[in-house]
Design a protein around this ligand. Sequence first.
Ligand code: C5P
Length: 228
Amino acid sequence: ALRGVVAMDGPSGTGKSTVSRRLAKACSAAYLDTGAMYRAATLAALRAGLDENSAADEIARAATGARMESGTDPGAPTILLDGDDVSAEIRGPEVTGFVSAVSAVPEVRTALVARQHAMIRDATGDGGGIVVEGRDIGTVVVPEAPLKVYLTASPEVRAARRGRQDAKAGRQSDLHVTLADVERRDRLDSSRRISPLYAAADALVLDTDRLSADAVLDRLRELVAERG
Ligand code: C5P
């Protein structure tokens, strides 16, 4: 079993969610998808009628004012916004197009990181483990995590993976548009002033272009076994 935190970072489409959930299940650990929290906060801002042109303080108020409940069961991770299950809606194009702007607002990050710390404390308090995935877990949220992993892959491979996920979920998407979105979010997430996306110096960097999810999972289970 896993004790403490595994920090899983990297850009979108690297297989991070799949691997994080499977690792949590395999190790009887909890699972926290911090990207889903930023997406739900973004949906709250959209529901308040805000967009990319809105003032940062208005975005912060709407994004942090809604009641958010994130499930930590890797078998069925759900996220509720004001009591509504928004797990599917937060994957749609409106949220995806706006989330990088919302997550760059400092007050939004402060509020969500505080919630993440509380959930991580709950999950690890009695010697339990949690796999936490995001962009800044190993660098900002849990810099003391004993195991940090940073997954990468080329933009083309990541866009193709996103396209397959969209098809599976019944969302229409176009590969060129998906690739442009992947590259745009990489640029925004990596260049923002606060908590930009980068690999912690002590993270294990795995390039998943030629690694299957099974292979990545095997490697991580070995690492957990060695360190646990
Ligand atoms: O992982 P996912 O693609 O769902 O994340 C959506 C967006 O949320 C990212 O593009 C990024 O802007 C933001 N995010 C973040 N910090 C995290 C997790 C996600 O800024 N820890």
